[in-house]
Design a protein around this ligand. Structure first.
Ligand code: ATP
Ligand code: MG
Length: 424
């Protein structure tokens, strides 16, 4: 017996009716981004490996241990995209978008990270994110945060918290680095292996550690706010004032640093108690140095990435599994002769109605057809048996109220109109 074929570890098949919740989320995302003036960008699922090494940063979890890297048949090192920001900036640079002024771009799609699969953590996951480039002031930070928050708000995810922090710039980051080094060095031997290795290279990363051994030292670490330079302090104060003015609730959380190396000043995360250990659904911030480090002009940028799997987990925790409302029509033809009459009408109804029109082609009793209608969550049944055929009518049954109406079996447009009437 051949072994059973299964999806790769850490990946998920998204089946109906769950796929309905995905489609709904994606369509709300496209609508929301459009209302904020963001246009969609699509980039390849794989890129040359160097893009991520340079664009994400060598001391990050992603580059250190999570990339799906392979040699293609031409011996080039390729990597399945573990995140979108570097590819989006690569594409914007390659196609000269930055010379056309500020850009507002968004994306939705899969990312790939070789992680230990667990609840809310997969090897193929999906992200929605935005990148706003060309503005160095706090208004862009506020806009990007407002966009992410609006998605959370519109879903009524009341258990979500917006955490903001500043991690400074070239002027004050070295001071903070020093303060952290002095804080962690005396305890170096007690830290996790990852943190020991990162301590001298990038002590900020230690604040991001999820390792229990690091926790007490992370909790007692100094906050960046104590060493922010005047320009960064001003930026941060202005952002907080804008968020308040927009009615967006937030908490200042000095432990938020983000895992990627390219952030400057603003960093933020949206967390939820509904998610368990993987409590962050959305992370973002400002990364003014990234485009330049990829060989481009000095273009400031701010953005976020939001995990769709975790977002849907939050939605389900708050609202329960999605219950789709009844919608559409089940055409029920009893017998071959009725089917022959019903089928062309069904095809035409599918052109006339926005709602789905279902039809089962097997010989079954009416009751069995009605069961299928329930499974399809149809709102109406259109019943055509031999009596109806003889009388030249069709029965329109409202499956919610159980009311029957007879409609002449003529043009589909009349039936569509009858359904339209019953729906009103
Ligand atoms: P974490 O700290 O949970 O590993 P991260 O800092 O690696 O997250 P980002 O790179 O900022 O995450 O990605 C943004 C969002 O994408 C996360 O907040 C999460 O919702 C989602 N995400 C990232 N990696 C995964 C994954 N392996 N499985 C599911 N969702 C993920
Ligand atoms: Mg991660």
């Amino acid at each position: 017996m051949p072994s059973k074929l299964t999806a790769p570890r850490g990946t998920q098949d998204i089946l109906p009716p769950q796929s309905g919740a995905w489609l709904e989320l994606e369509s709300r995302i496209h609508d929301l981004a459009r209302r904020f003036g963001y246009a969609e960008i699509r980039t390849p699922v794989f890129e040359g490996t160097e893009l991520f090494v340079r664009g994400v940063g060598e001391t990050t979890d992603i580059v250190e241990k999570e990339m799906y890297t392979f040699l293609d048949k031409g011996e080039r090192s390729m990597t399945l995209r573990p995140e979108f920001t570097a590819p989006v900036m690569r594409a914007a640079l390659e196609h000269n978008l930055f010379s056309q002024g500020p850009q507002r771009l968004y994306y939705v799609g899969p990312i790939f990270r070789y992680e230990r699969p667990q609840k809310g953590r997969y090897r193929q996951a999906h992200q929605f994110g935005v990148e706003c480039t060309g503005f160095s002031g706090p208004e862009a930070d506020a806009e990007v945060i407002a966009l992410a928050w609006e998605l959370v708000r519109s879903y009524g995810l009341t258990d979500a918290t917006l955490n903001v922090n500043s991690i400074g710039d070239d002027v004050c980051r070295p001071r903070y680095r020093q303060a952290l080094l002095e804080h962690f060095r005396p305890h170096a031997a007690e830290l996790s292996a990852d943190s020991q290795r990162r301590l001298e290279k990038n002590p900020l990363r230690l604040l991001d550690s999820k390792d229990e051994r690091d926790r007490p030292f992370v909790e007692s670490a100094p906050a960046f706010a104590s060493v922010l330079c005047d320009a960064c302090r001003e930026h941060d104060d202005a952002l907080q004032a804008l968020l308040s003015a927009c009615g967006i609730p937030f908490v200042v959380n000095s432990r938020i640093v983000r895992g990627l190396d390219y952030y400057t000043r603003t960093v933020f995360e949206i967390t939820s108690s509904a998610l368990g250990a993987q409590s962050t659904v959305c992370g973002g911030g400002r990364y003014d140095g990234l485009v330049k480090s990829l060989g481009g002009p000095d273009v400031p940028a701010v953005g976020f990435a939001l995990g769709l799997e975790r977002f849907l987990m939050m939605a389900e925790a708050v609202h329960g599994a999605r219950v789709a409302p009844r919608d559409g029509v089940q055409a029920i033809a009893l017998g071959a002769q009725a089917r022959a009459v019903a089928l062309p009408m069904v095809m035409e109804l599918r052109r006339l109605l926005r709602a789905p029109v279902f039809m089962d082609f097997d010989d079954r009793k009416l009751l069995a057809h009605l069961k299928i209608a329930d499974r399809n969550k149809a709102r109406y049944a259109l019943i055509l048996g031999s009596d109806e055929l003889a009388a030249g009518t069709v029965v329109v049954r409202d499956l919610e109220t159980r009311e029957d109406r007879r409609v002449p079996l003529g043009r589909a447009a009349d039936v569509a109109a009858a359904l339209g009437e019953s729906r009103a």
